[in-house]
Design a protein around this ligand. Structure first.
Ligand code: ADP
Length: 497
């Protein structure tokens, strides 16, 4: 067990806090640190696309309204200038979106300078400028006519984008397209954002702390509870309740652990019963053997064949018990495999029944066999015989007053069903699911009359399941029981029969 592992509660808490931290770092980075460059990039793209729209329509008739639209929609000031015959700039269109538009404050020299620079740069020029014009200037209308004087602005050092493009016209001449867009408000925006972010950060930190504490508690509490219960389970307390609360996974875990606890307690009970049964089953014949042996040694005339027979019977019983135990443990450990052969099942039943002849003639038992025709199956003959033996033995052990056991072979296309019926006391419905378990005995009082190791049906179940066969029991208390199993039949006798 690693002691340095941190608890789930801390993990959730730290995870949450970490997540909020990363979130905040990103928020600050994007909102404050990179905002400027983001904004500039967006503005640059914007001014370029405005220019492209105008360039494409430079010769169209609707240029005037296009320029107006572009200007108002994008908050850009636009000038389109032509060089006239006197080499003087003349406004073809001019729209001023803001009073501090740099392109509207340029004199001829400035304009010419930009024209020349744009020319050297392949016709396009983009630059970020800082407004330095703090003097009043002429407001020009379209065609360059002056129609007013603007007062000097106080935003003397604001950043702005200036885009110049030399656009060829259809007649071969060039016009100079100038666009100007202020980018300065970003500083004040950053200030607002910073204040907002500080508030958001505060709220987020508090929220994160509260939420992560609450969440980590709600998530870890049921886990801690389950762990405590599971510890109890490990100590052998199988009756510890696994509570039906918490979220889905915990409920599933609780269900699984409850199931495991149930199974473990069953195994535990079985183990106890096993020890009780085995010691009882071993002790009784051993006591008899010792008792009879001592009588025969000590009392003259007691050395009779009947007494010797008792000793032999008891020894046989012991050996049966041990054989059953071994069989079952081999079957259940999965080390035994089936030896499949094709054989006559009906014939097998007949020869098994022959061995009960002594029983029937001496004690008045009656074992009937009802069948129509022989059937052939592919199965492990020895193990299937063991199944039939066990079922008939049980039927005889629990036989009714009529002392009759009926073995019935029923056939349907491709199937054979073998039934062993008695008219004994039957099995209570609540016991039926358990009779196939190891050492399960309905009658736990170990009446000597009822002989059994408690292993018979377990062996039957293991063998039939290995064969993939269906099996079951129909039983009614006071009426009797019918144990059955079904196997696939072969179309006819195997070759060589
Ligand atoms: P056992 O050796 O005790 O018979 P089994 O595994 O063969 O052990 O059977 C388990 C239990 O099922 C029996 O103890 C008995 O209570 C019940 N049982 C089995 N066969 C019959 C039957 N034919 N009639 C009534 N009860 C039966």
């Amino acid at each position: 067990m690693k002691l340095n592992r941190i608890s789930v509660r801390w993990q959730i808490f730290l995870g949450f806090v970490g997540f909020a931290g990363v979130l905040l770092v990103f928020l600050w980075l994007f909102q404050i640190v990179f905002l400027d460059s983001f904004y500039q990039t967006i503005k640059t793209e914007n001014i370029k696309s405005c220019a492209a729209a105008i360039e494409q329509n430079i010769d169209s008739r609707g240029l005037s309204s296009l320029v107006d639209d572009v200007s108002t929609q994008n908050d850009v000031s636009i000038r389109i200038l032509d060089l006239n015959i006197n080499n003087l700039f003349q406004d073809l269109y001019s729209v001023q979106a803001s009073p501090d538009s740099a392109i509207h404050r340029m004199d001829f020299q400035d304009l010419y300078q930009y024209y020349a620079r744009a020319e050297t740069q392949g016709g396009k020029l983009l630059e970020t400028t800082t407004n330095q014009w703090n003097t009043e200037y002429f407001i020009r209308g379209q065609n360059g006519s002056i129609y007013g004087i603007a007062p000097p602005t106080d935003r003397t050092s604001n950043e702005s984008l200036l885009y110049v493009s030399l656009v060829p016209r259809e007649d071969g001449s060039h016009v100079m397209l100038m666009l100007h867009s202020p980018i300065s408000p970003v500083n004040s925006t950053v200030e607002t954002l910073r204040v907002q972010l500080l508030i958001i950060t505060g709220i987020l930190v508090v929220l994160t702390l509260v939420l992560s504490i609450v969440l980590s508690r709600t998530i870890s509490k049921p886990i801690v509870k389950v762990t405590e219960s599971a510890k109890g389970l490990a100590r052998g307390q199988y009756d510890i309740p696994f509570e039906e609360e918490g979220y889905k996974e915990i409920q599933q875990l609780n269900d699984t652990l409850s199931y495991a606890a149930g199974e473990l307690s069953k195994v535990e009970n079985l183990r106890r019963e096993l020890i009780a049964n085995i010691s009882h089953d071993l002790r009784t014949p051993l006591t008899m053997i010792t008792g009879y042996g001592e009588i025969m040694r000590d009392i003259p005339g007691e050395n009779t064949p009947e007494n010797v027979q008792v000793i032999i019977d008891e020894a046989t019983r012991l050996s049966n018990l041990v054989t059953d135990l071994l069989d079952l443990s081999k079957l259940q450990s999965g080390t035994q495999s089936l030896t499949l052969t094709e054989f006559n099942l009906t014939q097998s039943v007949r020869s098994i029944l022959k061995r009960y002849a002594v029983l029937t003639s001496q004690d008045g038992y009656k074992v009937d066999f009802v069948c129509q025709g022989d059937v052939y199956v592919q199965a492990d003959e020895i193990k299937i015989s063991q199944v039939i033996y066990n079922l008939i033995n049980n039927a005889i052990n629990y036989v009714g007053d009529d002392k009759t056991v009926i073995v019935t072979q029923k056939t349907s296309p491709g199937k054979v069903r073998l039934e062993v019926t008695d008219h004994g006391k039957g099995i209570a419905p609540e016991d039926v699911p358990y009779i196939w378990d190891r050492y399960y005995k309905v009658d736990k009082t170990h009446k000597r009359a009822v002989i059994g190791t408690g292993l018979g049906l377990s062996i039957v179940k293991s063998v039939l399941e290995m064969h993939g066969a269906d099996y079951g029991v129909e039983s009614e208390e006071g009426v009797g029981s019918t144990f059955w199993f079904a196997l696939n039949t072969l179309p006819g006798p195997p070759k060589g029969h």
